[in-house]
Design a binder for this molecule. Structure first.
Ligand SMILES: Cc1cc2nc3c(=O)[nH]c(=O)nc-3n(C[C@H](O)[C@H](O)[C@H](O)COP(=O)(O)O)c2cc1C
Length: 778
């Protein structure tokens, strides 16, 4: 806690590190609230730290999310490195007072690691916290921690800040008390539903809530996936309640949208895609040149492999700083990903526009000037490059219409209906008492249109939606090819077409945004190629697969539609080792194998590039897994080819829904070459080893070789895929292998216990010898 000899501060500085906008929007909202309380404030992205003084004059509030494999967000990495340097030099920041809110997701291994690491480094240089750290979990809803943390912040802030001559200063102290304490000490505070409504300047005529059920059957939802559906919400608890507490703050006013006078209008296309200029300054328009379905029609998931090339003649007109302007893709390496900019589904966009009264092209295409919420204020970064925007563009490419709703959004909607029953229900859902029902809303994964359909009298202005909704995100896909193969003229990606069902008892089929869109583009391009009307050479290895499974009736994407992409270098250094001879263990089930296909192609090209004697390529083992050998064995031909070339020394494939009775499938080539050590009798004797279902089973099965590769040959370790289940299982298996392997006399790892082995893996992660590229597909 704060040492008493530091003078009181005069300013509150908010600093955020944010990958997808949550931390940024929380920081901006906090800044707004601090200003309302009369504080002098600043708000900066962490990588702008050079413009932050870090003096005793300010107090600092950090809001930091986590990305990748427990890494700080991209816009906080420079600051992170700076802090590390400071810590190394033994800097003294004991005059710096700070509070820190971390955002994360417990589906990932390193929960809130970005915030935790930052906090730790600040502690190392003796910066002083004036308020306990908060760690918010996206898996259960950030609000659970964010709301109370933000509410509780003001009292400690007031204590470390010099009380200003502002009439709001007292109010600041007063309002800083936690909601429950306030209710008990201030009789005038609203603590009943009616009082809550009255506080909103409303006439609180009580109405009995009803139990809303979906109005349409599952079948019709499947037919018309993006139409607004009323949510199933049980309001029976509301009838019993006399008071609601813990409702979130109304989101701050971050932006204003003013119609532009006709004289100032430009001729720009009112439906043009708005590019996320805050994430990249170099976009390339690419065209689909190949499309391949990697799965059989009856596979559980449908996986596509698409190849793009820069769209000829299109990039001259492209965005701000695409300096080359030519038909070149940015330089990339296997391990990198490309961001794909795709619009929200058109029926959803039109549904939202219609629902909010933008029913004609005149209103949908009206240019609106984008201004900060108040003079001198700062726009959130995703709006900063926009001078004007149309309602169509807002819904199509600026706002996230499909992520689980935040309580602050529901709270904002309360202010935009005159219907008392709806106000009450919305307040209930975002209150402490309505937590179960709020979770049931989140579990139904509603779109904005579903919410607006469930609350039909609500009609928020567009600017308030911009304040309360997260920014629409590009989607990132690892490249599956090497630029060495064709001089960097194409990029390939592989992905599952996202489709899932909401949990019991809802069971509603939901579709992703970008992958069905790419699927529709591939289908249209393929059909037009069959038609010989386009130049794209789309191919497919399962003729009926493109349309066979229940592909959503997603909006038709015209054939050959160019796609904006941008390079996202791998921040975790998930790259091949520079030393060709260094052995590698690659672990990538499902689409986790995608970057490894690029790795293998790269190695193959490097090998061939040396005329005459091929350079020695280090032993490379791939552990791959899928459900069934005939249904979803991705890249089988490529893997066989790399094995034959000797680039892939060992391929170990397991099938989770198929039993091969005698030998490990997928190692046929090794068996033929006499190299297959996996079918030795001692192995086959163990049932689980003979039928490995998952990659971790196969790792255990090859424990001795893995131990040898890791300890004798200093092999690199790579894991790609699901952060939640697979990555943890793999970690456990690796730790067991390290701890339990038979060790000769003098082995430096002799006596290694399981906890030691886990610690060793952590050290390898820090040393970038164990690299993980993980995502949570939830
Ligand atoms: C690709 C990706 C990787 C993530 N990795 C982690 C992680 O390792 N640990 C964690 O706690 N949360 C992780 N998260 C969750 C985010 O930190 C969380 O969703 C947060 O709310 C995002 O805030 P932001 O929008 O400010 O970046 C990850 C999210 C994504 C999309």
């Amino acid at each position: 806690m704060t040492s008493p000899d530091i003078p009181l501060a005069t300013r509150v500085t908010f600093l955020y590190g944010s990958q997808t906008g949550n931390a940024e929007s929380i920081a901006l909202n906090l800044q707004e609230l601090a200003q309302q309380r009369g504080y002098d404030t600043q708000c900066h992205v962490l990588d702008d730290y050079e413009n932050v003084a870090f003096t005793a004059e300010d107090v600092y509030v950090f809001v930091v999310s986590t990305t990748g494999d427990g890494d700080p967000p991209d816009n906080a990495t420079k600051f992170w490195r700076y802090l590390r340097r400071l810590a190394k030099k033994g800097a003294d920041w004991s005059h710096v007072r700070y509070a820190l809110l971390g955002l994360g997701d417990t589906n990932y291994d390193n929960f809130c690691n970005g915030g935790r690491r930052l906090d730790q480094k600040l502690q190392e240089i003796h910066a002083q916290t004036f308020y306990p750290r908060g760690l918010a979990d996206d898996a259960t809803g950030l609000e659970e921690v964010v709301e109370p943390w933000c509410q509780g912040l003001w009292e400690p802030v007031a204590k470390v800040c010099r009380s200003k001559a502002s009439p709001l200063a007292d109010a600041a102290l007063d309002q800083s008390q936690p909601a429950q304490a306030k209710a008990s000490t201030h009789a005038s505070q609203p603590n009943t539903i009616e009082q809550s409504l009255a506080a909103l300047h409303l006439d609180g005529t009580p109405q009995l809530p009803s139990f809303a059920v979906p109005s349409t059957s599952l079948a019709s939802i499947q037919l018309d996936v993006w139409r607004g559906q009323a949510l199933a919400i049980d309001y029976s608890a509301l009838a019993e309640l006399s008071s609601l507490t813990g409702t979130p703050k109304v989101p701050g006013i971050l932006c204003q949208l003013e119609p532009v006078s006709p004289a100032a209008l430009t001729n720009s296309d009112p439906t043009a895609l708005v590019l996320p200029a805050h994430l990249s300054n170099a976009f390339t328009l690419v065209q689909l040149t190949k499309a391949r379905c990697l799965t059989a029609p009856d596979a559980v998931k449908r996986t596509l492999h698409l190849t793009f090339a820069a769209a000829p003649g299109k990039n001259q007109a492209a965005l701000p700083t695409d300096a080359s302007g030519g038909a070149q893709l940015p330089e990339f390496r296997p391990g990198d990903a490309f961001g794909v900019v795709c619009p929200n589904p058109l029926p959803l966009v039109h549904g939202c526009l219609d629902r909010l009264g933008y029913t004609t092209d005149d209103t949908r295409h009206q240019q609106l000037a984008v201004q900060p919420g108040k003079p001198g204020g700062k726009l959130p970064s995703h709006l900063q490059s926009l001078s004007t925007v149309t309602p169509h563009q807002l819904f199509a490419s600026v706002l996230d219409l499909t992520s689980a709703p935040k309580k602050a959004l529901l709270r904002m909607l309360v202010d935009y209906t005159d219907d008392q029953a709806e106000k009450k229900r919305l307040l209930f859902l975002c209150s402490k008492q309505g937590a179960t029902e709020f979770n049931s809303v989140r579990n139904q994964l509603p779109t904005l249109l579903d919410l607006l359909t469930t609350f039909p009298t609500v009609s928020p202005p567009l600017s308030r939606l911009v304040d309360a909704l997260s920014p629409h995100q590009p989607r990132y896909y690892s490249v599956t090819n090497s630029p060495l193969a064709d001089g960097g003229r194409t990029l390939s990606i592989a992905f599952n077409v996202v489709q899932y069902t909401t949990p019991e008892p809802y069971n509603v089929v939901k579709h992703g945004i970008c992958t069905p869109w790419l699927d529709a583009l591939a289908t249209a391009t393929l059909l037009s190629t069959d038609d010989h009307s386009q130049s794209a050479t789309a191919t497919i290895n399962q003729p009926s697969a493109t349309t066979a499974r229940s592909a959503p009736p997603s909006p038709l994407v015209p054939a050959a539609t160019p796609v904006y992409v941008f390079l996202r270098p791998n921040s975790g250094q998930f790259y091949l080792p520079s030393d060709l001879a260094r052995p590698m263990i690659l672990i990538g089930p499902g689409t986790g194998v995608a970057p490894f296909i690029g790795f293998l192609q790269h190695r193959d090209c490097q090998r061939q590039a040396v005329p005459g004697a091929s350079p020695k390529v280090g032993e490379t083992w791939l552990f791959y897994g899928c459900r069934h050998p005939d249904k979803d064995y991705l890249f089988r031909d490529e893997l066989t080819y790399y094995q034959q070339q000797g680039v892939l020394s060992q391929l170990h494939v397991c099938f989770s829904r198929y039993h091969e009775p005698t030998k490990e499938l997928g190692t046929a080539a090794q068996a033929q070459n006499g190299k297959d050590k996996s079918a030795e009798p001692s192995d086959v004797g163990r049932a689980e080893a003979a039928h490995p279902k998952y990659v971790q089973d196969n790792l255990r099965r090859h424990a001795i070789d893995i131990y040898r590769l890791l300890t004798v040959h200093d092999a690199m370790l790579y894991v790609c895929g699901d952060a939640k289940g697979m990555a943890r299982e793999v970690d456990d298996a690796l730790a067991e292998i390290l701890a339990n392997a038979p060790k000769c006399h003098g082995d430096p790892l002799a006596g290694l216990t399981l906890p030691d082995a886990k610690q060793l893996l952590v050290q390898w992660i820090l040393d970038k010898r164990y690299l993980r590229d993980l995502v949570s597909w939830i």
